[in-house]
Write a protein that binds this ligand. Structure first.
Ligand SMILES: *[C@@H]1O[C@H](CO)[C@@H](O)[C@H](O)[C@H]1NC(C)=O
Ligand SMILES: *[C@@H]1O[C@H](CO)[C@@H](O)[C@H](O)[C@H]1NC(C)=O
Ligand SMILES: *[C@@H]1O[C@H](CO)[C@@H](O)[C@H](O)[C@H]1NC(C)=O
Ligand SMILES: *[C@@H]1O[C@H](CO)[C@@H](O)[C@H](O)[C@H]1NC(C)=O
Ligand SMILES: *[C@@H]1O[C@H](CO)[C@@H](O)[C@H](O)[C@H]1NC(C)=O
Length: 411
């Protein structure tokens, strides 16, 4: 099912961006202690100012945050790239207004308190019995850790870390794979849509068979594989372009306790912000921002997971298997407008209100149903609507709802 070994998407040079560093105020800190509160408008900043942790609303920049912005999530983002957080602490339970505040209890539990709802737990109670104080600290790696603090502030054992609970982003130093003792798996999960960070249909993780390869699952089926990594590269994610600038280290670790994949950036004389981002259609984009010699380069490379040869560039980039009524070359095209059903037909337009369904699930259902020629999805996760043959599409440019219409539909 893996498609062609491609591709480089885009290479932008944005020299001026180096000038847009934010200045951090002296009051800013990287640590939250028991008794303190990180309120909706406050943020932690990692020691070198690389990452921030605070409340955000998806698709809005975290700093444009005040007011009746809701839903609010606690997250971590690159200070310089405020869109697209790299981690979300409460993906299933947003705060509905700006009354949220992150706290840490003496028991090591991170909790979001809010005015109009019950507290939201970010982590479970640490299993270890605690010897002293605890604190929560945002590191320059982007990892947010809860740890013991001994006498005189000496850091002790790590009790919990955000790197073990990825959202849709893999950062350098994060480990995805398996703990062989507990059976626990760590993987990167796509969002249900760009506005809602709860898990959608796709997951990026380590091949459980033991091979040195990464897989993307769509629900429970393998959707894409990187190919076996050899000599620091794989056939379906070769990072050819960024390798010219970046000295990567890719590591597949295996011992009797755990198996995992991780990567590092080895360069020391330039600053690289690197992340792998799994989007809502199951595609991984490797995004590197390299600052050196006074200029900034953005390099985006992607695992082209959708079938190649799509006839229309605006078609949804997602692969489905051929069926009795779909050859495999059909595509759904997003259009602004609405569908009208033909009266007097037996097949009716049909609604599936399962709130866990994302765009790719609606696509798959319509693909599998021979009478389906169009569908809509409801951002925010309220399910899918499908239309049968005979329904007519009517364009309406002002509509903010997209309808995905089969290319070959006789409309
Ligand atoms: C391994 O990769 C390096 C560059 O990263 C290349 O110079 C070398 O020839 C490769 N070795 C093999 C056996 O492919
Ligand atoms: C910075 O300059 C050095 C030496 O001129 C060059 O080798 C390197 O590729 C440059 N880095 C970038 C990211 O352009
Ligand atoms: C692709 O879709 C666009 C938008 O509907 C349309 O204008 C264009 O003609 C299509 N191109 C092809 C090759 O079908
Ligand atoms: C809703 O959809 C999800 C994802 O496909 C599925 O796992 C779940 O079983 C569905 N729930 C119901 C009630 O059909
Ligand atoms: C297929 O789509 C038609 C028309 O929307 C609908 O009436 C029918 O229930 C669907 N069949 C299945 C198996 O989902």
């Amino acid at each position: 099912m893996a498609s062609s070994p491609v591709l480089v998407l885009l290479f932008l040079i944005m020299g001026f961006l180096g000038a847009v560093f934010c200045v951090s105020s002296p009051a800013e800190t990287n640590t939250l202690n028991p008794g303190q509160m990180l309120r909706d408008w406050e943020q932690l900043i990692s020691p070198s100012g690389i990452f921030r942790l605070g409340f955000f609303t998806p698709e809005k920049t975290p700093s444009s945050l005040l007011g009746p912005a809701g839903p609010r999530y606690i997250g971590i983002w690159f200070d310089r790239i405020q869109i697209n957080p790299v981690w979300v602490g409460n993906p299933m339970n947003p705060v509905i207004d700006s009354s949220g505040a992150l706290t840490i209890g003496p028991d090591g539990i991170l909790k979001i308190t809010q005015a109009n709802g019950s507290p939201i737990m970010v982590n479970p109670k640490p299993q270890l019995s605690l010897a002293g104080n605890v604190s929560a600290t945002l590191l320059d790696s982007g990892n947010f850790i809860v740890r013991e603090v001994g006498a005189g502030g000496v850091p002790g054992r790590v009790l919990w870390q955000s790197f073990d609970y990825p959202s849709n982003v893999l950062l350098p130093g994060m480990k995805i794979g398996f703990n062989l003792k507990t059976g626990k798996e760590v993987s990167v999960k796509s969002w249900i849509c760009n506005q809602v960070p709860s898990p959608g249909a796709f997951r990026l993780g380590l091949d459980p068979s033991g091979a040195d390869q990464l897989l993307i699952w769509r629900r429970n089926e393998v959707y894409w594989s990187s190919g076996i990594w050899k000599n620091g590269t794989s056939s379906h994610l070769n990072l050819e372009l960024s390798r010219e600038y970046i000295d990567y280290e890719f590591k597949f670790h295996s011992d009797k306790y755990d198996r995992y994949f991780t990567y590092f950036i080895k360069d020391t004389n330039q600053s690289v912000l690197s992340r792998w981002y799994l989007d809502t259609l199951g595609q991984v984009t490797v995004n590197n921002v390299i600052s050196s010699n006074g200029s900034t380069h953005w390099i985006l490379e992607s695992s082209e997971t959708c079938r190649t040869g799509l006839k229309n560039a605006s078609a949804l980039c997602i692969s489905e298997k051929p069926t009795a009524c779909r050859k495999g070359s059909e595509y759904f095209e997003p259009k602004r407008g609405y569908m009208l059903q033909e009266l007097g037909k037996n097949d009716l337009s049909y609604y599936d209100g399962n709130s866990s369904l994302d765009l790719s699930d609606c696509h798959a259902s319509c693909w599998r149903n021979c009478s389906c020629i169009a569908f809509q999805t409801f951002s925010g996760g309220f399910g899918c609507q499908f239309w049968p043959k005979g329904s007519k599409f009517t364009p309406e440019e002002t509509s903010d709802q997209l309808t995905y219409v089969l290319d070959s539909a006789k409309l």
